[in-house]
Design a protein around this ligand. Structure first.
Ligand SMILES: CC1=C(CCC(=O)O)c2cc3nc(cc4[nH]c(cc5[nH]c(cc1n2)c(C)c5CCC(=O)O)c(CCC(=O)O)c4C)C(CCC(=O)O)=C3C
Ligand SMILES: [Fe+2]
Length: 406
């Protein structure tokens, strides 16, 4: 396959056009919110390579001790090389950081935003250095993962604890330096839901532009697959990872149906599985699912990657490249709806979540905004929250919970 740029992918595979720039909020900023006790925001993400030489060391960071087969690593490395060895994720996090800074400023709040990643520069330790240089004592962490599971919750909290420990800053109850709280998993926050609804509606419009039939198009939500054991271990947080997706998917599909004026049929599919083939992961895989839909006579599809907050490599490769090739091969008209990225309702919702978290930290009673049937997730994780494998504590400390050393 010849190398291509992300722009080519957008042109060739029917990715729904992104809004040119995030529009400034038209919503009245209201009175200046109180973000005390926080004095800094840590925007905490996965990280990705910036150039070809970064790819192998990045993959080593991601997969340390995870038992990912070499064949899978070579395959994933090729996905990155196909995009010039550069993941879009870092630029997207910088764009989200700028959007958060603009929204904080619009609300009249002064809160420095520091960016750090688990797997690439700027690393968690770089972010802590920056927080210390700013004189921050009480930081609030916002992870770029909306759902609760080992990958989206505990793995970030473990990384924070392990990095603090390496700096000699982990005491029996947490950090002995900068203090960290975490914003709850926000998949069922109204801002995240609204931004996804908007992106799906744009996807339906793009499908019509491609000659697709929006009134018959299936809405296929897509998220990252995880091992069945990790799915089971995510149960501690009221509902499993997949149930969290289904709850949000129902809300989005109902709103999209109302806006389009007809009932939209939908499903949830998964992408990006790794691990040995003998190990069960959440299914159906999006490619298999497209085949099943084609066999059922479905011709038009809108793919909505609700599992991801921005168009990083999983989206650019597994959906825009691979799944779109599958759809084209099946003679389908398919469009990939956008991710929430810097959409206005999402960014405004994230700042609402910071305001809510700060009030909780001050011991105030707050109404935690949600959509769907599930409650707001815990802001302080419970013992054993989001373990990697069912019933198998990792033996690694984790911050932002009632059990730092579990
Ligand atoms: C649930 C979930 C999210 C969504 C939530 C969130 O956003 O956090 C996510 C995001 C991401 N995953 C990413 C990259 C990778 N994930 C891998 C491996 C894995 N992911 C897993 C789960 C998730 N991952 C799991 C269970 C594994 C198996 C190993 C393990 O048990 O942990 C591997 C190793 C090779 C492979 O197996 O593919 C890579 C390279 C990138 C960066 C992309 C870029 O560079 O643009 C991002 C944002
Ligand atoms: Fe958790």
């Amino acid at each position: 396959m010849p190398p291509f740029s992300p722009q080519d992918v957008a042109a060739d595979t029917g990715r729904a056009a992104e809004p040119a720039a995030a529009p400034a909020s038209v919503v009245d900023p209201g009175p200046t919110p109180d973000l005390s006790p926080y004095d800094a925001l840590l925007l905490y993400s996965f990280g990705g390579p910036n150039k070809p030489e970064d790819v192998v060391p990045f993959l080593r960071n991601v997969t340390a001790g995870k038992g990912i087969p070499d064949a899978r690593l070579e395959e994933v490395g090729e996905h990155y090389y196909g995009f010039g060895g550069k993941s879009p994720i870092n630029e997207q996090n910088l764009a989200l950081k700028a959007a958060l800074e603009a929204e904080l400023a619009r609300r009249g709040v002064e809160l420095p935003v520091v960016w750090g990643n688990r797997n690439w520069e700027p690393y968690t330790t770089d972010a802590i250095d920056e927080l210390e240089a700013l004189g921050a004592k009480n930081a609030v962490a916002l992870v770029t993962s909306a759902y609760s599971s080992y990958s989206g919750c505990r793995q970030y909290r473990e990384d924070l604890a392990v990095v603090l420990d390496g700096r000699g800053q982990l005491g029996p109850d947490g950090s002995t330096g900068v203090q960290f709280d975490k914003v709850r998993s926000y998949f069922n926050h109204p801002g995240f839901a609204q931004a996804n609804v908007d992106a799906v509606l744009d996807g339906y419009a793009a499908l019509a532009d491609k000659g697709g039939d929006g009134s018959a198009a299936r809405l296929v939500f897509v998220t990252h697959s995880i091992p069945d054991t990790m799915e089971a271990a995510s149960r501690i947080s009221f509902a499993t990872y997949s149930e969290q997706h289904l709850d949000l998917a129902r809300v989005i599909a109902a709103e999209v149906s109302a806006r389009l004026g007809h009932e939209v049929a939908w499903d949830l599919a998964y992408c990006s599985r790794s691990g040995p083939p003998s190990q069960p992961w959440l299914e159906p895989d999006v490619n298999d699912h497209l085949e099943a839909l084609a066999q059922d006579g479905v011709r038009d599809v809108v793919l909505s990657p609700i599992g991801f907050v921005s168009d990083h490599m999983e989206v650019a490769y597994d959906l825009d490249t691979e799944a779109m090739e599958t759809a084209t091969g099946l003679g389908m008209t398919a469009v990939r709806a956008g991710t929430v990225s810097t959409r206005e309702p999402f960014v405004r919702g994230l700042v609402d979540l910071l305001v809510e978290r700060a009030a909780l930290a001050r011991g105030e009673t707050v109404e935690e905004a949600t959509v769907g049937d599930l409650p707001a997730f815990r802001s302080v994780c419970a013992p054993g929250c989001c373990l990697r494998r069912d019933g198998e504590p990792s033996g690694v400390p984790a911050l932002c919970s009632t059990d730092v050393h579990s």
